[in-house]
Design a protein. Sequence first.
Length: 470
Amino acid sequence: MMSEGQGRSPLWTSAEIETATGGVRRGPFFQVSGIDIDSRELAPGDLFVALTAERDGHEFVEAARARGAAGVLASRPVAEPYVLVDDTLVALGRLARAARDRAAAARRGAVTGSVGKTSVTQAVLAGLRRAGGAHGSVRSFNNHIGVPLTLARMPADTRRAVFEMGMNHAGEIAPLSRLVRPHAVAITNVEAVHVENFDDGAAGVARAKAEILEGLEPGGGAILNADNPWFEELAATASRAGARILAFGSAPNCAARLTAFSPNSEGASVEAEVLGRPVNFALRQSAPHWGPMSLCALLMMVELGVTIETGLEALAAFEPLAGRGSVLCLPWKGGEILLVDESYNASPVSMSSALRALGARPAAGRRVAVLTDMLELGADALAAHRGLASVIAAQPIDAVFCAGPLMRGLFDALDPTRRGGYAPDAGALIDEIGAALAPGDVVMVKGSHASRASAIVAALVERAAPRDDG
């Protein structure tokens, strides 16, 4: 019986969950319209999966019931109804495989890369939605839990789906790819990110990213960045896997070749040749790396059965994601400032691209960069930070504020006329930035998630909000 408040179409019945997972139902028959692992985000009618990770999900079954969970997947007795299994994470994987197998007509894509994989995945998903029958990753659900959860949520009538796959270590992407069994894969790029986990640095990262090819369906497409230094190695691996190679970039032989990228006040205009056809389209992103990334997304859409026309419409309408280039116009000291939020993560490549994008933005006042440490760069971390000074020197950026021990290296390398301020951590820099910004300024905030660049964004938004003193 459908639980109260369950207005969505049934996704799984308890009998199907039993069959897929090898579990045993306890209590009455039930059916669910969604799946969740967080009791705080669960919607009425969902299946609550009680994972045992940092916290034991069984402790939150009561909270899940209170939010309207229709059933529970558990590895020990809980309030009925539930399906009892030996291991809930293993069972979630089995449910994911069952979802893949029952949606036999669905074409599946998978995206990985050091920079841009979340934005590319979401841009592809936007195109799939325009074409109809779409399913895909939400947020950055790209690990050993997020990918099977996303796949298990896939409805039986799905026509096209796209999955994001991430890694910190070798061996993490291969099982995800074999689970999804994509018809097309994309590797946005390979950069020196997470290199502290690889003895041979970026070469190890390249091999780890190439694991996405291990689950590729026979004859599937491998969408690769021809401008990346690791293209030849990735292409060789793809060829050995029997993939059709679809290159994107600036080289003449690319399946999608970028011929012009022109930032403007609304984002950028793009000129390219895609599968032998000249195309011109607008983007709402202005960072230079969005030129090739848009072509990567477009090729994936085409591989999944979306027309080029629909793909271009989706790209033109695709808004930058929060923390990945989203733009906020904030009231500030009697005027306005423009805040570019790049606070979700950072690497030398994405940082350089964001700085060039800031330099290209029209500004009534100054262009201000607020930068926090880039993490997981290994032994070359300090040199990578200092190296950003030459990028900044080539841009019309008026002031740079830096936070973190690694960013001290950049701050010291800057021309003194560009030094806005320095603090050992993000929180200690907030007051100085707030005092320095003036109406008409364009301020871009970027750094790795753990270095708390997002705290600076949140503080600026809070200070801009009108206060109710009454």
